[in-house]
Design a binder for this molecule. Structure first.
Ligand code: HXC
Length: 258
């Protein structure tokens, strides 16, 4: 995509790798632009069924670029936060599942980026946290909102107030990570999950993501009504006919994604 973000698409699985290792993959303008380009390109490719997002080297992402932010005026700081939030929302709203392969430090904006993903698999070496209060600021790429939604307000406030950096095992206990694996198994395990998802009915999977993302922040009645509409929508797909016919015929389904 650019010097700092790579995208490879193979067998319906997209792999986005952030590679700015000299700054532990810190998010500057270039990395943000590369992420935006990568997810726009993924959105244009109808073959993609699942995406893995990871970092090259010893970090996932060590945060927004502190050196770039140091001299911001309040106006520039707001614009930076809003730009990042817009790109992070693009990732969160990407219609197929996104798996964060958290290979190392996921701090500040890096933890916020991982939280835009649907599933987070951590290496035993992963470290996560929102250390912004050590710098005299607070999260600006959605950390106060997504951390509280993922682990509950109390556990989130503890991490946000203290800036404590937690290891993979604690992240698993708090529900930040779905699974923790040995470093060498991280990408293979994420590939295995992505392939399992890619084999399911793609429209149904995409509707599940939409139902959870759109339905769980508001009243239950809204979520249930959305779910019923999406359920009905699957009955207009060939994959619903194929999936149910294959069950009745006692054979594996062949999904087409339509
Ligand atoms: C810019 C960074 C960086 C960052 C690391 N680097 N994190 N540069 N922004 N967030 C750079 C270092 O300056 C250094 O470059 C190189 O990467 C290697 O880092 P070291 O510190 O030497 O590595 P190490 O001793 O292994 O320590 C790793 C670390 C530490 C614990 C992750 O780098 C660290 O604490 N980083 C900052 C983490 C952080 O506070 N993140 C939150 C940022 S605020 P040089 O050139 O000196 O060798 C944020 C706000 C988001 O994310 C919202 C914005 C709207």
């Amino acid at each position: 995509m650019n010097d700092h973000v790579r995208l490879v698409i193979e067998n319906g699985i997209g792999v986005v790798t952030i590679d700015r290792q000299e700054a532990l993959n810190a998010l500057d303008d270039g990395v943000l632009a590369g992420l935006e380009e990568a997810f726009l390109a993924l959105g244009r490719d109808p073959s993609v069924r699942a995406v893995i997002l990871t970092g090259a080297g010893k970090a996932f992402v060590a945060g927004a670029d502190i050196k770039a932010m140091a001299a911001f005026t309040p106006v520039e700081a707001r614009a930076f936060a809003q730009r990042g939030q817009r790109i992070f929302t693009l990732i969160e709203d990407y219609p197929h599942p996104v798996i964060a392969a958290v290979n190392g430090y996921a701090l500040g904006g890096g933890c916020e980026l991982a939280m835009t993903c649907d599933i987070r698999i951590a290496s035993e070496k992963a470290k996560a946290g929102q250390p912004e209060v050590n710098l005299g600021v607070l999260p600006g790429f959605g950390g106060t909102q997504r951390l509280a939604r993922i682990m509950g307000r109390s556990a989130a406030k503890y991490l946000l107030f203290t800036g404590e950096v937690i290891g993979a095992a604690r992240g698993l206990e708090l529900g930040l990570f779905n699974e923790v694996v040995a470093p060498e198994n991280l990408l293979p395990r994420c590939m295995e999950i992505a392939a399992a998802i890619a084999a399911k009915a793609p429209v149904a999977v995409s509707f599940v993501k939409h139902a959870v993302n759109e339905g769980t922040d508001g009243p239950m009645a809204h979520g249930l009504s959305l779910e019923a509409e999406l359920f009905a929508g699957t009955f207009g797909t060939q994959d619903q006919k194929e999936g149910m016919r294959a069950f009745i015929d006692k054979r594996p389904p062949q999904f087409l994604g339509k």
